[in-house]
Write a protein that binds this ligand. Structure first.
Ligand code: EAX
Length: 345
């Protein structure tokens, strides 16, 4: 065989071999360890969902993608609002976070934090499982991370050390720890309270010392964080906000994986998020009020607002919706309101 023909045949054979190789080499080398951040540990539904996701990925990729979980937002110095930026920069590989901590970076995610927009789980599911959820994931993708599944932190209830909360004026003058997005400052200011932004890690000593009078979190977190031991004597179920979780990975990690491993990571996220939502709703859904009973047994005076009492808070915080609708996008807010209304049928 003539030398030039031989060289051509060798080159063609090499090209054919490379083309048949799994896409992994085209994607880039795998890291020995992929780092996952959450702000809470497995005492909380969020942490258990993240732990399950990591377990499923490690098992199903036979360790090709080895996920190491770092709770307490320890990779970002405890500042949970820094997780999104670390994910976008690729210094963090996996994140399960409540949108309250992403909303400062992606203004459209404040949709879920519009007060009294989402009355119950049915409305919540209509948003995350419908067009609005898809549209928000597309926006998140454009901002440089790969969202894979929606989870649920839970309906956020309000607690404090001073008095029962039944009507808007009951918050007057009280100092409340707020979190992540500035929309919470507007909501508490509209109710005559003094909001103070701080991380979840800082909130617990601040409640203990009386530096702040109250906070707001799902009942599952109120109970798991033993908040009656943090002077939280009064707990009001007002369902003012239900913040979803996002199960996401960095684009840098995602692009380094083979299509087969990407599929494994995505499917594991969807499976773990589904289990996490069921976990987060235990004891606080419909007639199942076991968690409220647990909070009462721990010493909290539990108040459940009537629809009329809830309406008074919705009226008092209407100006916040008017201010934030153009920030979020009027079209997206309208779609969400229509999806919530349709979920009433
Ligand atoms: O993500 O910071 C908060 O209040 C969060 O709801 C809590 O850490 C779970």
């Amino acid at each position: 065989m003539k030398p030039v023909f031989k060289i051509l045949m060798t080159a063609l054979a090499a090209a054919a071999t490379l083309a048949a190789a799994p896409a992994v080499w085209a994607q880039g080398p795998y890291k020995p360890e992929y780092r996952m951040s959450t702000n809470v540990n497995n005492a909380f539904a969020l942490g258990r969902g993240a732990e399950l996701w990591a377990k499923l990925v490690n098992e199903r990729t036979n360790g090709r993608i080895h996920v190491k979980w770092y709770p307490g937002s320890s990779l970002v110095g405890g500042e949970t609002t820094r997780e999104f930026t670390a994910l976008r920069q690729g210094t963090l590989d996996f994140n399960v976070s409540s949108v309250i901590n992403w909303a400062p970076h992606i203004k459209e995610l404040n949709l879920f934090l519009l007060p009294f927009l989402v009355p119950d789980e049915k409305a919540f599911d209509a948003l995350i499982d419908g067009e609005v959820g898809k549209e928000l994931f597309a926006l998140v993708e454009k901002r440089g991370v790969v969202p894979l599944a929606w989870g649920e932190n839970g309906a956020r209830e309000i607690s404090n050390s001073k008095r029962e909360i039944r009507k808007p004026e009951d918050l007057k003058g009280m100092k409340f720890r707020t979190v992540g997005s500035p929309i919470f400052n507007d909501i508490y200011a509209a109710l005559g309270a003094n909001p103070t932004q701080m991380s979840f890690a800082d909130a617990q000593p601040a409640l203990q010392s009386g530096a702040v009078d109250g906070q707001e979190n799902p009942v599952s977190i109120f109970v798991a964080a033993k908040m009656t031991g943090l002077n939280q004597k009064y707990l009001t179920k007002w369902n003012y906000v239900n913040d979803p979780l996002v199960f996401a990975v960095s684009q840098k990690a995602w692009k380094s994986w083979s299509p087969e491993d990407q599929k494994i990571v995505r499917e594991a996220a969807i499976e773990a998020a589904r289990a996490e939502i069921a976990d987060a709703r235990k004891g606080v859904t419909g007639s199942d009020d076991a968690l409220l009973k647990e909070a009462a047994a721990a010493g909290a005076k539990v108040t459940v607002l009537t629809p009329g009492e809830q309406q008074a808070f919705a009226r008092a915080t209407q100006p916040v919706i008017e201010k934030w609708t153009p920030v979020i996008g009027a079209d997206l807010v309208r779609k969400a309101q229509q999806a919530v209304a349709a979920s009433r049928q």
